[in-house]
Design a protein around this ligand. Structure first.
Ligand SMILES: [Zn+2]
Ligand SMILES: [Zn+2]
Ligand SMILES: [Zn+2]
Ligand SMILES: [Zn+2]
Length: 351
């Protein structure tokens, strides 16, 4: 058991250690041969996708190598080497191993830039491609004058940003002033608001509830910020169907203010399920602020919550009868509201 876990950890290291993870992204399979500046030897090609090996894996029994994605997909269908039909078990430890040597060699092959048709003349090793895309003059970028979803939405090649900013400096200044007005106004509103209104309310409607209950798969709401004007923590709601009932949870996801915020997160969140058409609260439950020792509330490292991410909430908050009362049965939709209280709760033990 332990060795299987260790092997899995080693494999995920191998896949993620790639210096070119984003290079020439592909739904499936290896690198297109056309991105290489010189023809690539047959030896470095995957005979499943006919492309140049990406994360090569070696079938130990016969010595054949394939892209990681390709061979895993193939073995899931049938546990034999696609070339010579030798039996290979995905479960057997050591039957399929990372081929670091080949990966290193492929990483040194010279490639063109993906934006070659737009005129980028860069060539370099596959390994260095990721760092090139960060500076490539032909990559489309957004105008830097953007603030929390407002501002200039101009897009152009990186090399043209400087000219755009020089030409539009007056417009950009105006935008900045407008933005400052909005911010000042919202700060004023927050400061003068009575305490009971210092909260963020976020409401979402989810459809296809019957299907989701049947499928039993977790689904997520859209991420939102706990404060006004995209300030504060970024949260996302997770809804877990469980035998004709729904559980509601929230988790923290990476947000743009994380650097400035206090961790761990220590706010109260209130879940409400509303009637789908009438303005009635069917269920309300309060999630108290997490305790300090709770690891889950330290700064999140990922923008995407997954099933394994920590969440905080209630397993069976929406029972069958509650769902019926909320009009979910008839409309096949559920309306959920989340209220985040801004007040920081005193730390445990604080006076
Ligand atoms: Zn392949
Ligand atoms: Zn083979
Ligand atoms: Zn380039
Ligand atoms: Zn602009």
């Amino acid at each position: 058991m332990e060795s299987a876990a260790a092997a899995a950890a080693m494999l995920s290291d191998y896949i993620s250690m790639s210096d070119y993870t984003s290079a020439f992204p592909q739904e499936m399979g290896g690198f297109d041969e056309n991105v290489f500046t010189t023809p690539v030897d047959q030896h470095y090609q995957c005979s499943i996708c006919q492309m140049v090996l990406r994360n090569p894996m070696l079938v130990v029994a016969c010595g054949h190598q394939f892209c990681h994605q390709c061979i895993v997909k193939a073995l899931e269908r049938s546990e034999i080497c696609p070339l010579d039909r030798k039996p290979v078990s995905l479960q057997a430890p050591g039957a399929l191993v990372p081929n670091r040597g080949t990966k290193r060699i492929v990483g040194r092959f010279e490639v063109f830039c993906e934006k070659r048709e737009r005129g980028c003349t860069w060539t370099g090793t596959l390994n260095s491609y990721d760092s090139h895309t960060g500076v490539c003059p032909k990559v489309i970028v957004k105008c830097p004058f953007q603030y929390a979803g407002t501002g200039c939405d101009y897009e152009c090649m990186r090399e043209d940003v400087g000219r755009h900013c020089r030409q539009q400096s007056q417009e950009h200044n105006n935008m900045m002033v407008q933005r400052m007005d909005v911010l000042t106004n919202s700060i004023w509103q927050v400061a003068t608001r009575p305490a009971e209104h210092r909260r963020t309310v976020h409401t979402e409607v989810f459809g296809q509830i019957a299907d989701r209950l049947r499928g039993g798969h977790t689904f997520y709401g859209e991420a939102f910020y706990s404060g006004p004007c995209d300030s504060g923590y970024r949260l996302r709601i997770k809804i877990v169907p469980n035998q004709r009932k729904l559980g509601l949870y929230y988790s923290l996801v990476k947000g743009k203010n994380d650097e400035l915020l206090d961790w761990p997160f220590r706010h109260t969140v209130i879940f409400q399920c509303l009637h789908i058409t009438e303005d009635r609260v069917i269920v309300q439950r309060t999630v108290p602020p997490p305790r300090d020792e709770d690891e889950a509330w330290s700064r999140p490292s990922t923008g995407q919550p997954s099933d394994t991410n920590h969440g905080w909430g209630f397993q069976d908050i929406l029972s069958r009868s509650k769902l019926k009362h909320a009009g979910v049965r008839r409309s096949d939709r559920v309306r959920i509201r989340y209220i985040v209280l801004w007040e920081l709760c005193p730390a445990p033990g604080a006076a």
